[in-house]
Design a binder for this molecule. Structure first.
Ligand code: ZN
Length: 553
């Protein structure tokens, strides 16, 4: 409980959002009052394709959300369809080119650390931080989140963000955040130096008990039976798993629907403990449900595992909504995703999509560097590599140990080598992308160069951006970890559903493409939040199915 100091109360009244007198018709005033709590749910790797495939099966929370306003074709319009850039669009309304979150990891060849790699959610200035064991921070995010804008208008507004992934929580919460929690080494953790609220301690006790006891396989809905078919991927078989949890394996809990259930429990516990939505200052609760992504990477998207996950996700979202109902506050929910995904190529190959393939090892930074040396005679001076990059796609950085003329020759050689490769759809130099304007118009019609431009930052992006051909999966060896992924510039990774729901809202469906950067401006209008013109890359979506317009002032 908090007491309101008079000075804060006065400030609150001075900036209090305008109410119904602003509505053009003066009608439907109750429905137009701002919600007192905004709940952003991000389902990691929830592609528009998965939504289309399973939406008629949903009977829980995802069924309720489908009674609201449904945009089945929301675009994460940029090329770098990864978790950090995608989460950063959701509550900032900014594409990666503006948010600065151009990838999960980028490289700074001038950085002192040996791997030259910066994690999107780290404070790389902290000597304790490394790219693989980061000191978690939102400092890389160059734009404010909705929660930060609310706080600026009203310091009593609170933002709480939880997820299995630190980058999901941090990119939705922002720099100024009341509570931010993520799963780390078998428990929910937060920023250094912060205390542990009662609800987090409870969630961690519950998770520890589940890990210690283990759990039986999850039930298989009847409609999943057709998906129950094992296929060989490398040395593994996937496609018929049911998430039995052996004792003492927190990582297996993470890669299962139980991770989402634990995240929902934590979110509800924090919402109750901090009394979100109770006072005049609207609050933000951001929830990243990561299990769909972990399951997609480990098992692919078209097996029994994902089918069970869709049923369990529906159940977890249902429990979340029931818990929010019990708060007895006027809340608005948005559910979307950070990116889509694609199935493992081995199953695509036998299920009528034989063009799917794994990326050729010749496209890894190491192999490309060797080919550059063979063609030009230029080698990296010293012990470091010539090229830095995450793998056979995305950004490539040339070492800054080379003089600029040699570096230019390396870039030219790479353009030639990559341009000749049958698995490469396009390669762009930093100069090519820097020269072009930000794309406009419908994201489904954008060229590959437009898509790459939307995730280009001249200070963080590579000397080259490499886009692989459709259905070329950038995992060379499935025995070394994930078997399937996302991250491409193609629509299976760019298209995600966007669902808005609020009690009493009249629903409708709009199949035309919209963007995830439209979410923040839409919520800002619902909240009567004044945001300067041009602050968002997206636009307000009118959530009124009739003559009314929730975007009108
Ligand atoms: Zn993701």
């Amino acid at each position: 409980m908090r007491a309101l100091p008079l000075s804060i109360l006065a400030a609150l009244l001075a900036v209090a959002p305008a109410h119904a007198e602003d509505s053009p018709s003066g009608q439907a005033e109750a429905a137009e009052a701002p919600p007192s709590l905004v709940v952003m749910v991000s389902v990691d790797q929830f592609s528009a394709d998965l939504f289309a495939q399973y939406r008629r099966r949903f009977t829980g929370g995802l069924a309720r959300l489908q009674e609201g306003v449904v945009f089945p074709s929301g675009y994460q319009a940029h090329a770098a369809t990864e978790t950090c850039p995608g989460h950063a669009t959701l509550l900032t309304g900014a594409r990666p080119a503006r948010s600065g979150i151009v990838a999960n990891n980028w490289f700074a060849p001038g950085l002192a650390r040996a791997d030259k790699r910066i994690y999107c959610a780290e404070d790389e200035r902290d000597p304790a931080s490394t790219s693989s064991r980061p000191v978690v921070s939102a400092r890389q995010l160059k734009v404010p989140t909705l929660g930060e804008r609310l706080k600026q208008a009203n310091p009593l507004s609170r933002t709480i963000a939880v997820s299995a992934k630190d980058r999901a929580a941090v990119m939705m919460g922002g720099r100024i955040i009341d509570e931010g929690w993520w799963w780390q080494g078998g428990a929910f953790a937060t920023f250094a130096g912060r205390g542990t609220p009662r609800s987090v301690a409870e969630a961690n006790r519950a998770a520890a008990a589940t890990v210690a006891k283990g759990a039986a396989a999850l039930p298989m809905p009847k409609w999943c039976a057709a998906r129950d078919r094992a296929i060989a991927v490398g040395k593994r078989a996937v496609g018929s798993g049911r998430f039995a949890l052996p004792k003492g394996q927190p990582d297996l809990l993470r890669t299962s629907p139980r991770m989402d259930a634990a995240t929902v429990d934590l979110a509800l516990g924090l919402a109750r403990e901090f009394e979100l939505g109770r006072d005049a200052a609207p609050d933000v609760l951001a929830i990243g449900l990561s299990a769909t992504d972990y399951i997609g990477h480990v098992f692919g998207t078209e097996g029994l595992e994902m089918c069970i996950q869709m049923a369990e996700l529906d159940r977890s979202v249902g429990r979340l909504l029931a818990g929010l109902d019990a708060l007895k506050v006027d809340y608005a929910v948005v559910l979307s995703a950070d990116h889509g995904g694609l199935d493992t190529p081995e199953r695509l190959d036998i299920q009528a999509y034989p063009r799917a393939a794994r990326a050729n090892p010749a496209l890894t930074p190491e192999a490309l560097a060797a080919e550059v040396t063979a063609r030009t005679g230029i080698a990296a001076p010293g012990s470091g590599p010539m090229l830095y990059g995450e793998g056979p796609a995305g950004d490539l950085y040339v070492t800054d140990a080379l003089p600029s003329q040699a570096k230019a020759r390396v870039v030219a050689a790479l353009v030639e080598i990559l341009g000749e490769h049958p698995q490469v759809a396009a390669v762009f130099t930093a100069r090519q992308l820097a020269e072009m304007p930000m794309p406009t118009g419908s994201p489904q019609d954008w060229s590959l160069r437009d898509r790459a431009r939307a995730s280009f930052d001249p200070f963080r992006s590579g000397d080259l951006t490499v886009l692989l051909d459709r259905a070329v999966v950038p995992i060379v060896d499935p025995d070394r970890g994930a078997i399937a992924t996302h991250g491409s510039a193609w629509d299976y990774d760019r298209r995600v559903p966007i669902l808005f729901w609020r009690r009493g809202m009249a629903g409708f469906e709009q199949p035309a493409p919209v963007e995830t950067v439209d979410i923040a401006p839409t919520l800002a209008r619902l909240l009567r939040l004044d945001v300067p013109d041009g602050a968002f890359d997206g636009r307000c979506l009118d959530l009124d199915p009739g003559e009314g317009n929730t975007c009108a002032r």
